[in-house]
Design a protein around this ligand. Sequence first.
Ligand SMILES: Cc1ncc(C[n+]2csc(CCOP(=O)(O)OP(=O)(O)O)c2C)c(N)n1
Length: 324
Amino acid sequence: MSLSLEKAKQFYRQMLLCRRFEEKSAELYTEQKIRGFLHLYIGEEAVATGIIDAIEPDDGVVATYREHCHAILKGIPPEKVMAELYGKMEGCSRGRGGSMHLFDKEKNFYGGYAIVGGGLPLAVGIALADKRMGRKRVTVCFFGDGAVAEGEFHESMNLAQLWELPVLFVCENNLYGMGTYIERAESEPDLVKKAKSYRMEAHRVDGMDVVKVNDAAKKAVAHIRSGKGPVFLECQTYRFRAHSMFDPDRYRTKKEIEAWKEKGPIVTFRKYLQKKEMWEKIDAAAIEKAIEEEVEKAVDFAEKGTWEPVSDLTKFVYSEEVTS
Ligand SMILES: Cc1ncc(C[n+]2csc(CCOP(=O)(O)OP(=O)(O)O)c2C)c(N)n1
């Protein structure tokens, strides 16, 4: 399917914003402005961009610890995400979650989960509540290939299909769970086959191509909204950076990484736009400049943010007494 010029600009802008936001985060991490864990999504931007475009603001998103882009694309302002990475009170999780636990109830962004596979039962629970309450919402659950080896994956797939729940399962298959290659962790590495064994509608898509991801997502969302139950999408992608900032990345060859970079999502999309003669029309230089300013603004907001006072240390640790 061809894109409108407006959509082309949107996708380019969104993928580039994700990329520049994270490059800046990595820089700030090395300066120790950002502490704790930091998992970058660089290389995988086409997946979150193509999928989140296919849903409505009222729909929900559950993600993993590699979720800065999902959070921003679901509508959390970059400055609130950056303030959260800094641990400042103005962050979307009040500075208590950090990079792995972004959250925003108003935007229906239900986290950021550090536990591999932890988001799956949660998405199924949200979808069950929606179905029982007669709400016409879809919940998208993003997870990595590593989560497929978890018990929670199988229980979630089983119940979602059995109860025909409105969930879109998006497996971001980047071939590695930390340092473990998928073939060493999965007795059946064909993930679509696995989903189909639950009789679920399942498809494989090139996760480096935002247009293909978006097409597949639109079809999947239409299927789910018509009440036909969940869909599983395996998006084949690759992370260009290490698993986290602590990972020496010794389990992959430079050659492999370089080969994937050649089909990176931004490169692939630029080629698509050139072929469709839209590249000149999107004014990439203006987009780049606006993003640079947006990222600077986010950093400035985080820098000026406030630390939670020590007197609040035990706040939210125990439930507060409710007086009725
Ligand atoms: C239940 C559980 N087991 C192990 C870990 C440690 N761990 C953190 S990330 C990770 C790899 C997960 O890989 P994948 O699901 O493919 O996601 P990716 O990092 O590739 O996006 C592991 C094993 C964890 N956080 N939770």
